[in-house]
Ligand binder design. Structure first.
Ligand code: ADP
Ligand code: MG
Length: 697
């Protein structure tokens, strides 16, 4: 049934098929519903008039009142422009048009009182306004709005005279017709509890606000609603999963006790213990675990994973750990084999470079159950890899894997879906985690092992290079190792290589006495491994690399991280890189080398890194700088579809909406109660209009 809201916008008065087609193409607006949800991106204060002698180039949008004294066209061809000399009682400015000159000329008459709106710019100490809005001044007739809505348009639309004002006109027509049709989309309970404005009123106020307070309430309501439906979907997924999917009961702790008593190399942190308890509660519950472990770099996620893996093996099931790179898988294998051997467990490594014969042995061991623990890269997702009984699958650095890859893990056990533990060092703010991973259970390791000295971070310039080299020497003489990292230059692979190679050359020239490793993206993986291993074993003292070493690598003896052109890195990446040092007991250092002139954002990034080691604080700054769109995984989460809510600013509203969604599902999981019919209807309507995302986030 086609509803009112599915009607094509061409039927709005004054639109018609041609304009409709343009709006389809340019703004993706097809239906009444689309247009109603095309919210203003800002509002202009149209109650205040500036005087011309008050204008300067720093003002954003100003409104002035006056007359046009003279009009002239200046220049030829592409430089041709129309200049109107505009004046009020305090002075005069130039209004300039480069396009639509004929149209403007027809509109303009001298001596008429006009209202001009636009952004003043200063040029040669003269003020002008390019492409201003120009209307005839009507004294009292028109109530000038305190909040005049401004809609985004495009050049193509403007060329057809569909500017913000024109959209506002269409909107007025549409809102008038739509108001009686607009049904409430939240339940009366929620409206009352959170003191929300009704849907219809919010739509009216967001487009045609009647004051600050009403506008704010409309915004709040619409943001709340957006978050509410994202959260409801995620929580519903989670509910379905925990209800539908039984989990293997893995409750035996014998191996774990032995490991604790005899082999655990250090005291676990309180946070590690807590997270292990949370995972254990899931694994023994009879329901399938889907848990995200979020822990800053160096917080000891590997040990948490290993202990959970022991729980699986102890109960007679197998376990696997998947890492995003071969280097990382290898390192996990070497580290965990030591413990596995102590406990008499069989462990193997499966990566793309494992030979056929060894691979066959691994396959056989997995199928018979003789092999308890498998460490690997995504090679372990291949269909040929069949377990006798996979109890727990761990995914390390999960942001490096796609949704489909994780979904594949689910198929590795025919009787029960395996329990899944995903680990991430990408510290994302809680609000974002709630949305990105809202259908997973979340555990946070918010504590670093005792005795770690916070990494000291400094900012240095090219002129300091000799001092930096001197420092490198001191540290190496003390027995430490050093990373020097160069940025990936996406525009140019050649330039990229040149940077690393130049760096490598200058380092070997300056430090002929030290063996140096080099690792970059253009090397074969065996060559990379070889170089990496030399550094891990301490044979080389300096590692010159691009960002390939970014994730996970653990060389506790490395104490200095030098990041070249640090201004070219994002905050999350800088933090990941810095996390490669500070893993041992020694004092570690991070040196951020940059050029002199930094952008405003660049300054904030470097300043933040120097100020704090806290990954969550850094993530917060990052979110504010970049917005959520750039962050990993936002595509599947529904964040990309948010129209008005902003995850980096509206965290508190998100929390409320999540509470509300939780309460609704707790009281009425099927949305069957009469008071929740509005919600059910909206859920169905959203489903109809959006892609059905995979059941795993
Ligand atoms: P990440 O969370 O970044 O994966 P790792 O698991 O690689 O961190 O651990 C970083 C280092 O800290 C390793 O060398 C590990 O052995 C050590 N470690 C982990 N937990 C503790 C602890 N409770 N006490 C001391 N050292 C620990
Ligand atoms: Mg790790």
């Amino acid at each position: 049934m086609a509803s009112f809201f599915d009607t094509s916008i061409e039927y709005i008065k004054g639109v018609g098929p041609q304009k409709a087609q343009l709006l389809n193409k340019e703004l993706n607006i097809f239906t009444y519903a689309d247009l109603l949800q095309y919210y203003p991106f800002r509002y202009e204060d149209r109650t205040k008039f500036y005087k011309i002698n008050e204008l300067h180039g720093e003002l954003s949008g100003v409104q002035i009142k006056g007359t046009i004294r003279q009009v002239e066209t200046i220049g030829e061809g592409r430089k041709k422009r129309l200049v109107a000399h505009f004046q009020d009682e305090t002075g005069q400015i130039e209004l300039v048009w480069f396009k639509g000159i004929q149209w403007v000329l027809k509109k303009i008459s001298l001596k008429t009182q006009y209202v001009v709106f636009g952004k003043p710019t200063e040029f040669n100490r003269k003020i002008n306004i390019a492409h201003p809005e120009l209307e005839v001044y009507v004294p009292a007739a028109e109530q000038r709005s305190f909040h005049q809505p401004v809609y985004n348009t495009t050049e193509k639309l403007k060329a057809k005279y569909i500017d913000s004002k024109a959209i506002s006109k269409m909107m007025a027509e549409l809102v008038r017709a739509a108001l009686p049709q607009l049904q409430e989309t939240l339940s009366p309970d929620i409206l009352a509890q959170y003191k929300l404005m009704s849907k219809a009123e919010s739509i009216r106020q967001i487009h045609f606000p009647q004051g600050e307070e009403l506008l704010n309430r409309a915004r709040f309501r619409l943001k709340f609603e957006e978050f509410f439906y994202v959260q409801l979907r995620l929580l519903k997924l989670k509910l379905t999963r925990t209800e539908k999917y039984k989990g293997q009961v893995l409750a035996d702790t014998q191996l774990l006790n032995t490991f604790y008593k005899d082999h655990l190399p250090f005291e676990l942190t309180g946070a590690q213990k807590r997270v292990i308890k949370e995972a254990y509660a899931d694994m023994r519950s009879g329901k399938q675990m889907n848990r995200l472990v979020q822990g800053d770099v160096g917080s000891g996620k590997t040990m948490v994973a290993f202990i959970c893996m022991l729980l699986s093996v102890s109960s007679g099931a197998q376990t696997c750990l998947m890492a995003p790179t071969e280097i990382l898988a290898q390192q996990h294998y070497i580290g965990l084999k030591e413990y596995a051997d102590m406990l008499g467990l069989k462990i193997a490594l499966l990566t793309g470079s494992v030979r056929t014969k060894a691979r066959r042995e691994i396959h056989a061991g997995l199928e018979s159950g003789a092999l308890h623990i498998l460490i690997g890269t995504h090679a372990l997702l291949e269909d040929k890899v069949q377990f006798k009984n996979l109890g727990l699958a761990v995914v390390d650095e999960q942001h490096r894997f796609g949704v489909a890859q994780r979904a594949k893990l689910w198929t590795k056990n025919e009787n029960y879906y395996p329990h899944v533990l995903v680990m991430t060092a990408t510290p994302i703010p809680r609000t974002l985690a709630m949305t990105l991973y809202g259908d997973l259970d979340l555990s946070v390791i918010d504590e670093l092992p005792a005795g770690r000295k916070p990494i000291q971070t400094v900012h240095r310039y090219e002129k300091d290079r000799l001092r930096v080299f001197g420092f490198i020497k001191e540290e190496i003489e003390k027995g430490r190792q050093v990373y020097i990292v160069y940025p990936l230059i996406e525009e140019s692979a050649t330039l990229d290589l040149k940077h690393v190679h130049d760096g490598y050359e200058s380092i070997t020239r300056h430090f002929p006495q030290y063996p140096v490793s080099i690792v970059h993206g253009d090397m074969k993986s065996e060559a990379k491994d070889f170089e990496m291993q030399r550094f891990i074993k301490g044979e080389t003292k300096i590692m010159v690399a691009t960002t390939v070493i970014e994730v996970g690598v653990n060389v506790p003896n490395a104490s200095v991280m030098i990041i070249e052109n640090a201004e070219r890195f994002g905050l999350a990446q800088l933090h990941q890189l810095r996390g490669r040092v500070g893993r041992g007991a020694e004092q570690s250092y991070c040196i951020l080398m940059t050029k002199y002139e930094l952008s405003k954002d660049g300054k904030t990034r470097i300043g933040t890194m120097v100020r704090t080691n806290n990954g969550f604080e850094i993530a917060d700054v990052d979110l504010h700088l970049r917005g959520p769109g750039d962050l990993m995984g936002t595509q599947q989460s529904g964040i990309a579809d948010l129209l008005i809510a902003d995850i980096s600013k509206d965290g508190p509203i998100l929390s409320l909406a999540r509470d509300a969604a939780t309460a609704v599902l707790e009281a009425d999981p099927q949305l069957a109660k009469p008071e929740n019919q509005a919600i059910l209807r909206q859920v169905r309507s959203i489903k109809k209009h959006t892609v059905n995302w995979s059941r795993i986030s």
